[in-house]
Design a protein around this ligand. Structure first.
Ligand SMILES: Nc1ncnc2c1ncn2[C@@H]1O[C@H](COP(=O)(O)OP(=O)(O)OP(=O)(O)O)[C@@H](O)[C@H]1O
Ligand SMILES: [Mg+2]
Length: 240
């Protein structure tokens, strides 16, 4: 069943048109990969789905409802959570405090229930023992884990991951991919933008390739990657 979809999504920034009528459907329980050259519009599409960027045209549906007019905060409370391409933790707070903010604002929890939700999210990503650490002291992998914990603390139905693997060593990436794989196994729906293809291919069921503000191809990952249009978009853009 369709969980989240965008139909005819157009996004303009002034005179610059970034999305040209994108149709995308995310099925409940699947892990969908999104690839495409730099500037293709992937992050912009996430913004439209998560509600941080209003679409110029088009509609977004979630669990059968038209949520186009919902704010990002309302969408988050209903289970749409995202990570950012550039993580934005509150560096002056502890790891637990950062996650607590997500539990309070994203899941509308208070007091002991919020603390438990935050602590559970940290345990889930392997940061439980670092809960009291100042966030500024975390290395990159742990910051990525924190980014995931903050989304989990909002009790998501669907996770939108924007290049969460970027900048990691191969070994670190392996750990992160394993972690994301366990989230899929738990039944979370995942949409994952990633340039590091071999990481993506270990987790995803289906792949969408975007280019120049549109969907170039979608389907089984191997078929999409073998599509001549996709290959030329990559050769003309960024190396995967
Ligand atoms: N707030 C904005 N104002 C104006 N232009 C923007 C804005 N956000 C994005 N753009 C432009 O929209 C286009 C698509 O950007 P977007 O960040 O969605 O691409 P992307 O596919 O995520 O690229 P990357 O792989 O580099 O992250 C780019 O040309 C970008 O400069
Ligand atoms: Mg991007």
């Amino acid at each position: 069943m369709d969980l989240l979809s965008g139909k005819g999504i157009v996004k303009r920034f002034g005179s610059l048109q970034v999305l040209h009528g994108v149709d995308i459907t995310i099925r409940r329980g699947e892990a969908l990969g999104v690839v495409g050259p730099n500037g293709a519009g992937k992050t912009t599409l996430f913004g439209v789905l998560a509600g941080t960027l209003p679409a110029t045209e088009g509609v977004v549906h979630f669990e059968g409802q038209d949520i186009s007019a919902w704010t990002a905060a309302t969408r988050c409370r209903h289970g749409i959570a995202r990570t950012h391409q550039v993580p934005r933790p509150f560096l002056g707070m502890s790891v637990l405090e950062n996650t607590l903010v997500a539990a309070q604002h994203g899941a509308a929890l208070r007091g002991a229930a919020a603390v438990k939700q935050a602590q559970d999210a940290l345990d889930r990503v392997g940061l439980g023992a670092l809960a009291a650490r100042p966030t500024a002291t975390l290395g990159l992998l742990d910051r990525k884990r924190l980014e995931l914990a903050r989304t989990l603390a909002t009790r998501p139905t669907v996770l939108l991951l924007d290049e969460i693997g970027g900048g990691l060593t191969e070994g670190e990436l392996h750990l992160l991919v394993d972690l994301i794989g366990t989230l899929c196994d738990d039944g979370l729906t995942i949409v994952w933008i990633e340039h590091v293809l071999h990481a993506l291919l270990r987790v995803i069921d289906r792949l969408v390739c975007m280019d120049a503000g549109g969907v170039l191809a979608e389907g089984a990952p191997n078929e999409v990657m073998a599509n001549p249009l996709v290959m030329s978009a990559y050769l003309g853009g960024v190396a995967a």
